[in-house]
Design a protein around this ligand. Structure first.
Ligand code: FES
Ligand code: FES
Length: 209
């Protein structure tokens, strides 16, 4: 009998089949694979419905065209959307919604502002005047009449903003010359190019024509 048949038996290795004891490497590989399967299943499973929170809102008291109003608005609401969507005053127009065209011009405490850039929640106690608030009953404001007299519009989309801004321009005393009017009305864009007639209308309402 040879000594080779009775020598010491070598310990089992990885290649000894599935019944072999797990090594550190096989343990890590197995647990990683299980982890991937579990995570994948979690991703595929329907996520639980997240609680939907109502946006924060605030109550604001303000005066619009002489009428006291109490409104509750989402804190992100612009004055323009408050006027158009909540109060129903659609005379104030939305052009760019970014402060670049002047279509949304209204007066807040007598000052011209772009309503699209003004947060409604900041207007507690403010007095807002829109184009709807300029006429006295059936009697048009002098600048509204001047726009008609001077034929100072075509499509009319910019006109409410032009008129409200023009009222502000006259009140500010910025009507000394056509150049001054153009300068102080430069925030109001008219795509139809009615600028010369708009200037003439403001001159007329300011009493210079
Ligand atoms: Fe406000 Fe254009 S809509 S500036
Ligand atoms: Fe059309 Fe001014 S009248 S944009």
């Amino acid at each position: 009998m040879s000594s080779e048949l009775h020598g010491p038996v070598a310990p089992p290795t990885r290649s000894d089949g599935p019944s072999a004891a797990p090594t550190r490497r096989t343990f890590i590989a197995t647990t990683t694979a299980v982890g991937v399967v579990v995570a994948g299943g979690a991703l595929l499973a329907e996520a639980p419905a997240a609680a939907v929170e109502a946006p924060p809102g605030s109550r604001v008291y303000l005066t619009v065209n002489g009428a006291r109003r109490k409104v509750t608005v989402d804190n992100r609401t612009s004055l323009l959307d408050l006027l158009r969507e909540h109060i129903g005053l659609t005379g104030t127009k939305k052009g760019c919604d970014a402060g670049a065209c002047g279509a949304c011009t209204v007066l807040v405490d007598g000052r011209r502002v772009n309503a699209c850039l003004t947060l409604a929640v900041r207007l507690e106690g403010a007095e807002v005047t829109t184009v709807e608030g300029l006429a006295d009953g059936d009697r048009l404001h002098a600048l509204q009449q001047a726009f008609i007299d001077q034929d100072a519009f075509q499509c009319g989309y910019c006109t409410p903003g032009q008129i409200v801004s023009g009222v502000g321009c006259i009140r500010e005393g910025r009507t000394g010359s056509p150049e001054e009017i153009r300068e102080w009305m430069s925030g109001n864009i008219c795509r139809c190019g009615c600028y010369p007639k708009i200037v003439r209308a403001i001159e007329q309402a300011a009493g210079r024509k």
